[in-house]
Design a protein around this ligand. Structure first.
Ligand code: 13P
Ligand code: ZN
Length: 277
């Protein structure tokens, strides 16, 4: 059995959490990450028959929420209340590797959460988002939630309309429309950690890989940690530029016709109705 500390998925989770903390996106325990793993790769590092602890799935026991598509799936996930700044130094306390139990009502801890911890309180929203994205993209593996500073700041001064918000972001950096051509979904302020916000996020995830939780943060989904991190990073960069310029007169702008040239050059499908042509 190989040393779990050397596993690429543990190293990558550490690096991602460290980068998110370094960029100021994840104060204290803000934010959470879940990354679906293949049984084959987990088996190289762990005895998958050795369940350390069963953990009930809080918040997802409702009759109208069915987690069965994920039964038997493995995830490495950040712990609730755990500080992103501490993940890299002590992954075994701040991260856990879990398997969704056979009844779909509990999870089996295979590694981590050494101090008795449990997965993020946003686990329902993560699992529902995974299910929604897997239907659209069977290669989806990652869901990240974060509190990026400028994206949040923009929520307080910009209209929270998906078309208008996306359009403003697309206008801020030339490559935005190529990176997230489907745009950004937006949910109104809602109570976090609940099945309701999980369901609403998953519904948006059928259409978008990025969902803003108004005045709270953002959700991103993708095939890899890099791709998902990069999506949030690109929104945050655009939001930063917006916050730098929003109270100054606009002299120049990237025109909608120019954005069309970009998407045509890169051959990406985009939300035409989010442009004003
Ligand atoms: P957790 O500490 O439970 O992951 O919650 C952090 C957070 O960002 C809630 O939205
Ligand atoms: Zn949050």
């Amino acid at each position: 059995m190989k040393d779990i500390m050397t596993a690429p998925f543990v190293r990558e989770m550490c690096a991602t959490a460290a980068n998110m903390y370094r960029l100021g996106w994840d104060e204290r325990n803000g934010g959470n990450i879940s990354y679906m793993l293949d049984e084959k790769e987990v088996k190289e590092y762990l005895d998958i028959d050795n369940v350390i602890r069963d953990i009930p799935l809080m918040g997802v026991n409702e009759v109208d929420f069915d987690i069965t598509p994920l039964i038997g799936k493995y995830f490495i996930v950040t712990g609730t209340g755990k500080y992103f700044k501490n993940v890299e130094g002590d992954p075994e306390t701040n991260l856990g590797i879990v398997r969704i139990g056979k009844d779909g009502k509990h999870i089996e801890l295979l590694w981590g959460f050494k101090d008795g911890g449990r997965p993020t309180s946003e686990f329902p929203a993560h699992m529902m988002s995974h299910m929604a994205r897997l239907k659209v993209d069977p290669e989806n593996r990652v869901v990240i939630h974060s509190h990026p500073t400028n994206t949040l700041a923009m929520n307080f001064v910009h209209e929270l309309d998906e078309k208008k918000f996306t359009h403003t972001l697309w206008e801020m950096c030339t490559e935005c429309i190529v990176v997230f051509p489907e745009g950004v979904g937006i949910l109104p302020w809602m109570l976090c950690g609940t099945s309701e916000i999980g369901k609403a996020t998953a519904k948006k995830m059928e259409e978008f890989r990025l969902v803003v939780w108004a005045m709270h943060g953002i959700y991103g989904a993708g095939k890899t940690l890099d791709e998902t991190f990069g999506l949030i990073e690109t929104v945050e960069k655009a939001a930063q530029i917006y916050m730098l310029i929003c109270n100054r007169p606009r002299v120049n702008t990237i025109k909608d016709e120019d954005m069309v040239k970009l998407v045509e050059l890169f051959g990406v499908k985009y939300r035409k109705d989010f442009l004003d042509l």
